[in-house]
Design a protein around this ligand. Structure first.
Ligand code: PRX
Length: 638
């Protein structure tokens, strides 16, 4: 057995699961014993979900990068830790062994220290998918700085919100990022975002695209110049910072049903233990396997399963800079062929869009290295599941459908590849330590099988969200107040006759567009910023490729001259305020919105109309003005 905590049979899963529920503390202590600690914990767990206050491995001391890098040097120093495939297939790949990673992370940790970054400082990282992004993340963790990675698709306005929320003084970025045939001007976007963030003291800029950028004296420095300075100082090897188990490792912003995105806080030890445990078990990773997760590191999937989980497990993690459809729709298959990828982990939306290209992009691609396939981020429809199984896995690779969230830190419900049974469209069974349950609207547990309800978790697991940065009450209200003493996921779910879970989608006002989480309130706020917009309501509707599309109902003032142009203007406004991923797919101008007498928008009705349902709209008698519904139905955008 390659990892002492790797489950190798269905019977073993059953017995480990049972033990993990009966004796969770003993169970997690036995897993945590396989990591490198500066000092062992005094207590495994202290918790209550009321406040919430959740502490795993109390008083344990460690540095996660010693687990990700240092402890592998002796046996795996020359093994690739990160294989980097560039956007342009004609550019050379890069391979960083564990020795290389150790060198680069230490050197950049020196750069951070030289630039005044201290333990506990927040560092925003806004970069493309280059190896230096992983190096920057790990260098922050090395010195105990808190990283807040922002996905390269977010706008300046979104970045400003995040910088202000976490009072960030340090930013790491690139001049630009290559994505397909586009060159995204990251530094320019950062410059715009910084206009309202005078507290940012230092911006470190990596050269990638050599796009012209402004470099402001006293604030902006080049990555390469700072490296050179570190070299001139002899690049001293400083010890990694000793961190408390409960110290914050990172903040990652995610959308909720209300207000601005919230900063989900993960801590050093629990996150480390759970991401590694789940990585090794779900994917059944074997030493030497090449693991390819196609997510962007700007999302939780990239944090947990490109960087921390695989590296803690001493794996080889493949990182891809580009997009699946450039230079052509065979790009993923080329990468699998070229690097002999063994485990491939992607999103249903990518599978659907590649499926839509038919089989020609697969011609001549040798995918025989594949052993395990995975999906994440949204429910996978059966058609896409079977296409993936047949044409990518050639019916010999188990598919793991992994359900989890930014807040859970790691995979919560999933089959274990080849060990526990898969079922198309189902995430199947909870991982050891995960006490999943369904509740009705009132919070009563729904027992038995062949039932559906709201998905909750009743006991903490090591990588559970600890707080929302700067606003603990928001964390409590969002996740721990809907149902007393339970963590509420926000997802609806059914459990089949065999106890398998199938996630049916969000039950709150959060959309899942191409696997990206977007709050309807956030999109509405952005639309409402457009001059002339009086009010708007945003709902999701089924979209063949994206899973969910964004449908916006907009009340505009009387002087609407050109509908199409105004639609484009509104989309541009949303793009500027949030980012292109939040642009509405459909915008319908309306004279009124269906509201109750108390002024609440009846989204249920809007959702049904957007979904194409015109007859069964439910009870509309409580509406202030039922006539608006008729008008909205007639004006529906197809
Ligand atoms: O609705 C669920 C959906 O994605 C949400 C979490 O989004 P985010 O925090 O951005 O994390 C995505 C990557 C972990 C969940 O509340 N979701 C995630 N995985 C699945 C899923 N829905 C169905 N099946 C999944 N495998």
């Amino acid at each position: 057995m390659s990892y002492p905590f790797q489950i190798r049979s269905l019977d073993e899963y059953r017995s480990v699961y049972e033990q993990s529920i009966k004796e969770p503390k003993t169970f997690w202590a036995s897993v945590a014993a396989h990591f490198l600690w500066r000092k062992k914990w005094d207590k495994v767990l202290e918790w209550n979900f009321k406040q919430p206050d959740i502490q795993w491995f109390v008083n344990g001391k460690l540095n996660i990068t010693e687990n990700c890098i240092d402890r592998h040097l002796k046996d795996k120093g020359d093994q690739p830790a990160i294989i980097w495939e560039p956007n342009n297939p004609d550019e050379e790949k890069r391979v960083l062994t564990y020795n290389d990673l150790y060198f680069h992370v230490n050197r950049f940790a020196n750069v951070l220290r030289n630039n005044g970054v201290k333990k506990g400082d927040r560092v925003c990282i806004y970069m493309g998918m280059v190896p230096e992004l992983a190096i920057a993340i790990l260098a922050c963790a090395r010195i105990g700085a808190i990283h807040s990675v922002i996905f390269g698709g977010f706008s300046a306005h979104s970045i400003t919100d995040r910088l202000q929320d976490a009072k960030v003084e340090f930013v790491i970025t690139c001049d630009g990022a290559y994505r397909g045939n586009k060159d995204i001007p990251l530094k320019n976007i950062i410059d715009d975002s910084l206009e309202l963030c005078p507290f940012v003291k230092r911006v470190i800029v990596l050269e990638r695209t050599r796009t012209p950028v402004s470099m402001i004296k006293g604030r902006d420095v080049w990555w390469a110049d700072e490296i050179e300075k570190a070299e001139q100082n002899g690049n001293p090897e400083l010890p990694a910072e000793e961190m408390d188990a409960g110290d914050t490792l990172f903040i990652l912003y995610t959308s909720g049903s209300t207000g601005k995105p919230k900063g989900v806080v993960h801590t050093c030890a629990g996150y480390m233990v759970y991401t590694t445990y789940s990585f090794v078990n779900v994917f059944q990773y074997q030493p030497g396997d090449v693991f390819f997760c196609t997510a962007d590191i700007g999302w939780i999937t990239g944090h947990s399963y490109i960087v921390y989980g695989p590296l803690c497990a001493g794996a080889t993690s493949l990182m891809f800079e580009g997009i699946p459809t450039w230079p052509d729709a065979g790009r993923f298959w080329d990468i699998i062929d070229k690097h002999k990828v063994n485990v491939f982990y992607t999103a249903p939306t990518a599978i659907r869009s590649l499926m839509a290209q038919g089989l020609p992009p697969l011609a001549g691609k040798d995918l025989s290295s594949l052993k395990v396939l995975g999906t994440v981020g949204e429910p996978i429809n059966e058609e896409a599941w079977h296409w993936y199984d047949e044409h990518i896995g050639k019916k010999k690779c188990p598919i793991v459908d992994t359900w989890w969230q930014t807040e859970t830190g790691g995979i919560m419900i999933s089959n274990l590849a080849g060990i526990t049974p898969a079922k198309a469209g189902y995430a199947t069974l909870p991982l050891p330590g995960i006490q999943a349950m369904l509740v009705d609207e009132k919070g009563n547990e729904i027992h038995g099988n062949d039932v559906s309800g709201n998905l909750c978790i009743r006991f903490p697991w090591p990588s559970i969200i600890r707080t929302t940065y700067g606003d603990h009450e928001r964390c409590r209200i969002n996740y721990f107040a809907t149902y007393p003493d339970l963590y509420f996921t926000g997802d609806g779910c059914l459990r089949d006759a065999d106890g398998n879970y199938r996630i049916t989608g969000r039950v709150d006002d959060v959309l899942n567009v191409s696997g990206h989480r977007i709050g309807t309130a956030e999109v509405e706020n952005a639309i409402n910023m457009h001059t002339g917009v009086i009010e708007s309501a945003v709902v999701g509707y089924p979209h063949d490729l994206k899973g969910q599309g964004i449908y916006a109902y907009v009340i505009f003032d009387n002087t609407l001259h050109n509908h199409d142009l105004t639609r484009k203007d509104i989309a541009a406004t949303v793009s500027r305020i949030i980012g292109p991923i939040a642009k509405p797919d459909k915008i319908q101008f309306v004279n009124g919105l269906p509201k109750t007498r108390s002024g609440k928008i009846m989204r249920r009705i809007l959702r049904k109309i957007a979904e194409g349902e015109t007859n069964n709209l439910g009870d509309t008698t409580t509406l202030l003005d039922p006539a608006v519904v008729i008008e909205i139905k007639e004006g529906k955008i197809n």
